[in-house]
Design a protein around this ligand. Structure first.
Ligand SMILES: Cc1cc2nc3c(=O)[nH]c(=O)nc-3n(C[C@H](O)[C@H](O)[C@H](O)COP(=O)(O)OP(=O)(O)OC[C@H]3O[C@@H](n4cnc5c(N)ncnc54)[C@H](O)[C@@H]3O)c2cc1C
Length: 393
């Protein structure tokens, strides 16, 4: 029986995924990634997507007519749970392709856009998101990248920044300003941009953890056909809301499940080896606190997921609360790991030798979570204003 043949019985569906993962995920994939160059890491991402594609798990949540399997949220939760349990690779490079692009095209794209671009994603196309600019991040609506109409095309000039995996992307979902005189939310237009078009230049940005997963995108007289507009001219802000809301919490759910298995494995290893920190009351208390907070976070995430398909979802502050607590907890756990790893945990030379998965790598990487997808300060504003009814300042 294949995985998708078992989709009508969630228990069997899970069991099929577990069997497949046991078969396909190499035991040493993390160790291999530890010394991987950027190019090897990217090749690993492509390999993982290809394996998922073979068993129908590349785009399982899309409708059948667009190449998906029409699976429900419960199936996605089952897949994410099993991926976490198996400590399988994550298809990070494909997040925009798999989540944000369809989340935008399904409500706002033309039929031709859906057919053409979603078929490309199902085959492995990489997409990036060109939203943030050097002076427009939290205040995204102030963006200045300019698109000027010229017949049936637009000429685009400007700069984008922090665009994840843009160096490897085939296409970009791009926000531009088409009416500089309109109120700032009203003069924005949303485009699909070919990353290989003349005038597109991507410069990688090296991060504190040694990797280069972001790029700056420089656009000089880039020509985009009007048929690549998503939604109407100057209505891009509304379309962008669909992109930003598209994630539905499944990625956060998988992250929380992964953290749970990671922490449990860490604890059992410490017990087996009689680790010294287990005899330190303060460290033990700190660790047990993580376990309690983690369970609370997992419960909150289940509520976010249950709520995600209801009309209340768009006004809920729960996703903000989850993001706040999960990202800060992640930082604290990673800080704990570097401290108990002793001198080696602080060693930057080790970071260069074995970056991926070392305590210092994880610690430095943990900071990005409090910035990506809306900073924690912005999440606090949302909780204060929408959740507690506090006045806007
Ligand atoms: C891992 C990661 C991946 C990303 N991927 C992408 C991507 O693919 N595409 C893309 O377009 N962007 C991406 N980003 C960029 C991200 O969306 C922005 O970094 C984020 O929105 C913050 O914007 P900024 O960096 O300009 O900071 P700013 O908005 O300049 O904020 C600077 C500081 O001021 C605080 N601040 C700002 N406004 C307020 C306010 N109103 N109240 C209180 N405090 C405030 C912020 O919290 C922050 O501490 C990514 C970022 C990260 C970390």
């Amino acid at each position: 029986m294949s995985i998708l043949d078992a989709k009508d019985d969630l228990t069997k569906f899970r069991a099929e995924i577990r069997t497949w993962l046991a078969d396909v995920v190499p035991a040493d994939w993390k160790a291999r990634m530890a010394r991987a160059s950027n190019e090897e890491y990217i090749a690993g991402q492509r390999w993982w997507m290809a394996e998922r594609r073979k068993v129908g798990l590349a785009v399982p949540h899309w409708p059948v007519e667009y190449g998906g399997a029409g699976l429900t949220l419960q199936h996605l939760i089952a897949i994410a749970g099993e991926m976490a349990r198996a400590d399988a690779p994550m298809a990070r490079m494909f997040t925009i392709s798999l989540i944000h692009l369809p989340g935008t095209l399904f409500p706002h794209g033309t039929e031709a856009q859906k057919r053409h671009y979603l078929a490309g994603v199902a085959k492995g196309d990489v997409w990036c998101q060109g939203f943030s600019e050097p002076n427009s991040g939290s205040d995204l609506a102030s963006l200045r990248c300019r698109a000027v109409r010229d017949g049936d095309r637009y000429v685009v000039n400007g700069q984008k920044i922090w665009s994840s995996y843009s160096m490897y992307a085939d296409h970009c979902i791009l926000l531009t300003r088409t009416d500089p005189d309109a109120q700032k939310h009203r003069g924005i237009t949303y485009f699909i941009m070919d990353m290989r078009a003349p005038g597109v230049e991507v410069r990688p940005i090296r991060q504190a953890n040694g990797r280069a997963e972001f790029g700056e995108i420089f656009l000089t007289n880039v020509s985009i056909h009007a048929e690549n507009m998503i939604g109407r001219e100057n209505n891009g802000w509304r379309v962008a809301q669909a992109t930003l809301a598209s994630e539905r919490g499944v990625i956060a759910f998988e992250g929380a499940e992964r953290q749970r298995y990671e922490i449990e494995a860490f604890y059992h290893k410490a017990l087996a080896s009689g680790a010294a920190w287990l005899r330190d009351d303060q460290l033990r208390r700190e660790f047990m606190g993580f376990l309690a907070e983690m369970q609370a976070g997992r419960r909150m995430l289940r509520r976010v997921l249950a709520e995600s398909e209801t009309p209340e979802a768009s006004a809920s502050v729960l996703p903000s609360l989850v993001k706040l607590s999960a990202t800060v907890l992640r930082q604290r756990i990673c800080s704990f790991m570097t401290r108990i790893a002793g001198v080696e945990g602080q060693d930057f030379a080790l970071l260069a030798e074995e970056p991926f998965g070392s305590p210092m790598f994880d610690f430095l990487s943990a900071f990005s979570g409090t910035i990506a997808g809306g900073t924690n300060e912005i999440q606090r504003n949302i909780v204060a204003e929408r959740g507690l009814g506090m006045p806007r300042v």
